[in-house]
Design a protein around this ligand. Structure first.
Ligand SMILES: C[S@@+](CC[C@H](N)C(=O)[O-])C[C@H]1O[C@@H](n2cnc3c(N)ncnc32)[C@H](O)[C@@H]1O
Length: 244
């Protein structure tokens, strides 16, 4: 159901790009967003090291710059010129494009990954089919999904929408939630989930990280639980998708 089209998503992220890194990356070392990024990069790096990588929805390049250090080549595409401007300023190889029509030939990459993006794509199955298409048969698609069966899912669905600027909040962007049990049904034929990780399992809200002792305890707990059976309660549920 397309309640938001590409142009409204693009406008939302162009607006978000102005303050996107306010509490991210080098602006908040050890903070909530860095923990999420660390867990995502760590999982994807198992597959990405030494290969050709594409990040779909690379945003300002916070993760792509880290992949670029361990891969043979690292490219990014994104819908939002505002986000891409910041990625380009980092010297990253990025282009404008949409997840549902990737501007690359079949089998171009060893790893095609996407973080905090597919939940904002109404045609998520189309996006996954495109990611699989541009990935080599021996490669992997790594993606995260917003899990309704999680503390984050509950807060996002039933709590107030977070502000992304003085004039816009999170309700302005299309967001979908797909449980770990549903994700397998979204994949194109011939591909399966071969590994997974839960990110943000016990953290109730990002602001908990503003309390120093809690920040430490939550960071340790999230790393300890990410690959445990409790991972199915991760707010961001990460999947490695490979050929059957
Ligand atoms: C929350 S940001 C995440 C950026 C980056 N992956 C990260 O983890 O920092 C989501 C990004 O997805 C992009 N995006 C949303 N829908 C998209 C689509 N259909 N195709 C490509 N990019 C999209 C947005 O423009 C935005 O830059």
């Amino acid at each position: 159901m397309e309640t938001h089209d590409h142009s409204s998503t693009q406008a939302y992220y162009d607006e978000f790009s102005k303050g996107y890194e306010r509490r991210r990356g080098d602006n908040d070392p050890g903070g909530y967003h860095e923990l999420v990024d660390d867990l995502q990069v760590d999982f994807a790096s198992r597959y990405a090291a030494g290969g050709d990588l594409l990040e779909v929805g690379c945003g300002t390049g916070l993760l792509l710059r880290r992949f670029a250090q361990v891969t043979k080549s690292a490219r990014g595409i994104d819908l939002s010129p505002g986000m891409l401007e910041k990625a380009r300023a980092r010297g990253l190889d990025v282009a404008t494009g949409t997840a549902t029509a990737l501007p690359f030939p079949d089998a171009s990459f060893d790893v095609t990954c996407s973080f905090k993006v597919l939940a904002h794509v109404p045609d998520i199955e189309g996006a996954l089919a495109e990611m699989v298409r541009v990935t080599r048969p021996s490669g992997a698609v790594i993606a995260d999904f917003y899990n309704p069966y999680s503390l984050r899912g509950l807060v996002k669905r039933f709590g107030p929408a977070g502000a992304i600027s003085a004039s816009t909040d999170e309700s302005a962007v299309y967001t979908r939630f797909d449980s770990p049990f549903r994700v397998a049904k979204l994949l194109p034929p011939g591909w399966r989930i071969s590994a997974s990780r839960g990110v943000r399992i016990v953290t109730p809200a990002a602001f908990a990280f503003r309390v120093p002792w809690l920040r430490k305890a939550l960071t340790l707990s999230e790393w300890a639980l990410a690959d445990s059976p409790l991972s199915i309660f991760g707010g961001f549920w990460l999947a490695a998708i490979t050929r059957k």
